[in-house]
Design a protein around this ligand. Structure first.
Ligand code: PMP
Length: 326
């Protein structure tokens, strides 16, 4: 695998090839490895799709050179797209529901993007509609639309997944990852299942999210604080393929928060709530494998830590659960 040791000409070339680190686990579990996506230049996994989607869209003529991209985003995708847009000579506009962290919105603006807010109570659905309305007003604009663009999944199939398999010499028994758009999990799952159809695939969502409905669970829709994963309306998340998934694990805000605090204190990982949720779910799968409850091709679990807690300090992520969740 190539490393980051050679000098490169553009920040885009520093995207990917992130570390894979074994988590500290008890004697009752098989090894869990977490891929640390905060090592990307925009400090999240979304740098991968920012670069991948825009390069492919330009190649295919879906976006004119020098044009404008308009994207509904919780923030990390905006940062990833803003980095790529600037390097590829494009303008960028981001439509962000107000509830998402102010750090992310400031970073999108610092990278040259224009940020437009939509009301929190109208959800991501409203941000998506607004992005399309704005794009219709311009003749050189395109909406990458991470929630429905197959290039999102493909970016992870082409980059994240092979990196994981190379690092572990193909010994991947289970993949456990949070689903926002579901691009991350679907890309890795597709790659893993092509190599071994018995690989165990677990989607992670917050309690209150309804991805579970797609695999026959009966979820109660409700509010949650975990940022970046989950859905209130599965019709919006066109990339999620239920047939690739063995289970959807719903994690409570409180458990994700306790785990992100523990990961910092005990393991030195400055990660946010979606990583906390992924870690709880991955460790659960690791215990099930160790107990002989799951039949997997290899006794190794892989999960993804999508971004860094630094992005949520203004939300009181390390002050207390109550303050963060209020
Ligand atoms: N965690 C965070 C912090 C995110 O921003 C995202 C993207 N929404 C995810 C997890 C989930 O990634 P994906 O959209 O690929 O499912």
């Amino acid at each position: 695998m190539t490393t980051h040791e050679e000098p490169v000409d553009s920040v885009l070339e520093t995207i990917g090839r992130t570390p894979l680190v074994r988590l500290q686990d008890g004697p009752d579990a098989v090894p869990v490895y977490a891929k640390l996506e905060s090592f990307n230049p925009g400090a999240s996994i979304k740098d991968r799709i920012g670069r991948y989607m825009l390069e492919r869209m330009l190649e295919r003529g879906d976006l004119p050179p020098g044009g404008t991209i308009i994207e509904p985003t919780a923030g990390n995708t905006g940062i990833g797209l803003a980095i790529a847009a600037e390097q590829l000579g494009l303008d960028a506009v981001f439509v962000v529901p107000e509830r998402f962290s102010v750090e992310k919105q400031q970073l999108m603006a610092a990278l040259g993007g224009e940020v437009i807010n939509t009301p929190t109570d109208e959800g991501m659905e409203r941000a998506i509609d607004r992005a399309h309305e704005l794009a219709a007003e311009l003749d050189d604009a395109a909406v990458p639309q991470q929630f429905s663009n197959p290039l999102n999944t493909e970016a992870h199939y082409e980059t994240t997944a092979p990196e994981i398999f190379d690092a572990l010499d193909g010994r991947v028994g289970a993949v456990v990852a949070g689903c926002g758009t579901a691009g991350t999990l679907m890309g890795i799952a597709r790659y893993a299942l092509e190599r071994d159809p018995d690989t165990h695939i677990v989607a992670v969502e917050p309690e209150g999210s309804v991805y579970g409905d797609l695999v026959g669970e009966d979820r109660d829709e409700g509010e949650y604080k975990i940022e970046g994963i989950g859905t209130h309306d599965t019709a919006t998340n066109e990339l999620f393929e239920p047939e690739l998934v063995d289970a959807v694990d719903a994690i409570a805000d409180r458990d994700a928060h306790a785990e992100l605090e523990r990961l910092a204190r005990e393991e030195g990982h400055l990660v946010a709530s979606s990583a906390g949720a992924a870690s709880v779910a991955a460790k659960r799968v690791a215990r099930e494998i160790a107990a002989g409850e799951l039949d997997v091709p290899h006794e190794t679990v892989v999960t993804i830590f999508p971004d860094s807690s630094e992005r949520y300090l203004s939300k009181g992520i390390y002050r207390s659960f109550e303050e963060w969740a209020s």
